[in-house]
Design a protein around this ligand. Structure first.
Ligand SMILES: Cc1cc2nc3c(=O)[nH]c(=O)nc-3n(C[C@H](O)[C@H](O)[C@H](O)COP(=O)(O)OP(=O)(O)OC[C@H]3O[C@@H](n4cnc5c(N)ncnc54)[C@H](O)[C@@H]3O)c2cc1C
Ligand code: SF4
Length: 547
């Protein structure tokens, strides 16, 4: 049934951090903006309470249960089967479908790529080049950082036209010891994060409680929930419990409506002049594939079968060891420091680059569970727990994955609780990434040696942890046969359809993806506001290969 009241100049599917920040920018330009959100309202107090009362503290999804009207993947205690795994390697993506999206429980890493990350095909003969350079994105990195309150080291290799808007949070003791003991061999730098070191934008400074994932209890980190509040303040309208299952088009291929289910599976139709899909790197390609029609038999934006392909992440392997001194992980933020020397170089022709990231997550919960499971009690328990809490350390690789067409999201035969085909992941780890992991193990060994490490526990060669950075599935490019959208995020096949997501990133590089996606989306916003795709549609400025 049609719901004629719902209409706007810009209709955005998804109220995650990327869609909300783009929505706010469009609304500030004077346009009417409506965000359609599959999930329900979110409340920090509720999330904190759920986490505090959780029996599985190590499971970061505990504050964010899946709901039948907008299900999302859950893996513990059991896989809920929502994201179907076609293999050969698992891609256990975690994301959250509710107002504000997944970044409610992120670590707030907000990295810029390196300039060479945009040209790995030209420089190293691997992957693809982006359709623009670092310099094109630089003003939008800065714009995003100023909204989010980002701070970090200036030595990570990403040039800046202006200073960081935020000073870094005080270095935790453990990270100071790592920095001091590795000096001369490795430079340990403060991570680039959207975390307050002072009051900023009505939110307090970090109190060091080490709870950043799955929820900062005091909102010292920026996240999608805050982005939504800012969007609403800018005039964006939000419709919750609007699970969009289809985009409709006219004879010319322009999008005319988004159809959604509410919680009772009533159908609502929303019209608009321009549509932006910002439903994350898995749900966005799923929606495009679901919207197939007689005219677009493979789904929308999919003339050349590119939607959902080139799925990437930043797989991690790791080393845990015991330092020869007490460092007491767990004071300050969970993920404060890293080593950046292997993010770029001629070796990228041969193997994956990586960052080396140190965890500062308290070991008490994990060690307690492990000791109880092993049946250790009494004084031995107390001694071993103290030892683990004081001395255990962990360092991980954050590896680049190259874009492969056969790593992809498509539709499964099975249906979800709303009767909509589930998303399915096809994924493998190639030699390029594997060789990068083996090179990373040399750094692991050296780091452990410099920390006087004992009891070294390497992750298995077959065990690559997912970092939840879902890239590539909506890749932007200069060639419509090899990409889903043009350099401004406009779907090649649909004049008034834009994509805003980590999915549009054509390569993954070595840093968490969200700031890159936000900067790209703000660049898309500037392009739209300049008259390319707004209510008064101008002819396309990109006519690369009309074949
Ligand atoms: C534990 C964890 C830690 C992370 N840490 C970091 C980090 O430190 N740094 C970093 O860069 N990234 C991190 N990430 C990844 C980061 O959270 C995502 O990259 C980011 O949230 C992507 O933003 P988005 O707006 O594209 O998607 P999302 O945040 O997933 O938001 C998408 C929105 O679309 C809605 N939606 C989905 N389908 C539909 C539909 N059909 N109809 C209507 N609405 C729909 C969803 O409900 C959701 O609100 C982390 C992720 C996890 C899980
Ligand atoms: S340490 Fe993490 S959880 Fe604690 S206040 Fe700082 S950002 Fe929030």
């Amino acid at each position: 049934m049609a719901d004629s009241q719902l209409s706007a100049d810009y209709v955005i599917v998804g109220s995650g951090i990327v869609g909300a920040m783009l929505g706010a920018k469009l609304a500030r330009s004077g346009a009417s903006v409506l965000m359609l959100e599959a999930g329900g309202a979110s409340d920090r107090g509720v999330f904190v309470a759920r986490f505090r009362n959780a029996s599985r503290r190590g499971d970061w999804m505990t504050p964010y249960p899946s709901i039948p009207s907008a299900p999302h993947p859950i893996y513990r205690p059991d896989d809920n089967g929502y994201l179907v795994q076609a293999g050969p390697y698992p891609y256990p993506a975690e994301y959250v479908r509710q107002v504000g999206g997944t970044s409610w429980h992120w670590a707030a890493h907000a990295w810029r790529n390196l300039p060479n990350d945009f040209r790995i095909r030209s420089l190293y003969g691997v992957g693809v080049d982006w359709p623009f350079d670092y310099d094109d994105l630089e003003p939008y990195y800065q714009e995003a950082e100023e909204i989010m309150g980002v701070g970090g080291s200036t030595e990570t290799g990403s040039p800046r036209s202006k200073p960081f808007p935020m000073e870094t949070v005080a270095e935790p003791y453990a990270m100071a010891r790592v920095r001091e003991r590795l000096a001369g061999t490795y430079k340990v730098l403060a991570n680039t994060v959207a975390r307050n070191s002072r009051s900023f934008d009505g939110r307090p400074p970090c109190g060091g409680a080490n709870n950043c994932q799955p929820i900062c209890p005091i909102d010292a980190q920026y996240h999608g929930g805050i982005a939504v509040q800012q969007a609403l303040k800018a005039g964006v309208k939000l419709q919750i419990h609007a699970n969009v299952f289809q985009l409709e088009h006219d004879a010319q291929g322009r999008i005319v409506a988004a159809n959604y289910y509410d919680v009772d599976k009533n159908v609502h139709r929303v019209t608009g002049k321009t549509f932006i899909v910002a439903a994350n790197g898995i749900e966005s390609p799923r929606l495009l594939l679901l919207s197939k029609s007689d005219k677009f038999k493979r789904g929308l934006a999919n003339e050349y079968d590119q939607v959902g392909r080139h799925l990437m992440d930043h797989p991690s392997t790791s080393l845990s060891f015991d330092a020869d001194e007490d460092v007491w992980l767990g004071r300050g933020p969970q993920s404060p420091s890293s080593i950046n020397h292997m993010r770029d170089g001629a070796f990228r022709g041969e193997h994956a680059p990586y960052r080396l990231d140190f965890t500062n997550i308290s070991r008490v919960d994990g060690a307690t569970n492990a000791l109880l499971k092993a049946g250790v009690y009494g004084q031995e328990f107390a001694d071993k727990l103290r030892h683990a809490a004081a001395r255990e350390m962990n360092v991980k690789t954050v590896l680049e994955v190259l874009p492969h067409p056969d790593n992809r999201i498509d539709l499964a035969d099975e249906k979800d609780s709303m009767g909509i085909p589930k998303p399915r992941a096809h994924y493998h780890i190639d030699d390029y990434t594997f060789k990068g992991h083996k090179r990373g193990q040399q750094d692991f060994a050296k780091i452990a040696e410099l920390m006087g490490g004992s009891n070294l526990r390497y992750s298995k060669d077959t065990d690559f942890a997912n970092n939840q950075h879902i890239c590539g599935t909506l890749s932007m490019g200069a060639d419509r046969k090899l990409s889903v959208c043009d350099p401004y995020g406009r779907a090649w096949d649909h004049e008034n359809l834009f994509l805003a997501s980590t999915g549009v990133l054509p390569t993954s590089a070595t840093c968490n993806s969200t700031l890159n996606a936000i900067a790209v989306a703000l660049r898309t916003g500037a392009h739209i506001i300049a008259g390319n795709g707004g209510p008064a549609m101008l002819p396309r400025s990109h006519t690369l290969d009309k074949a």
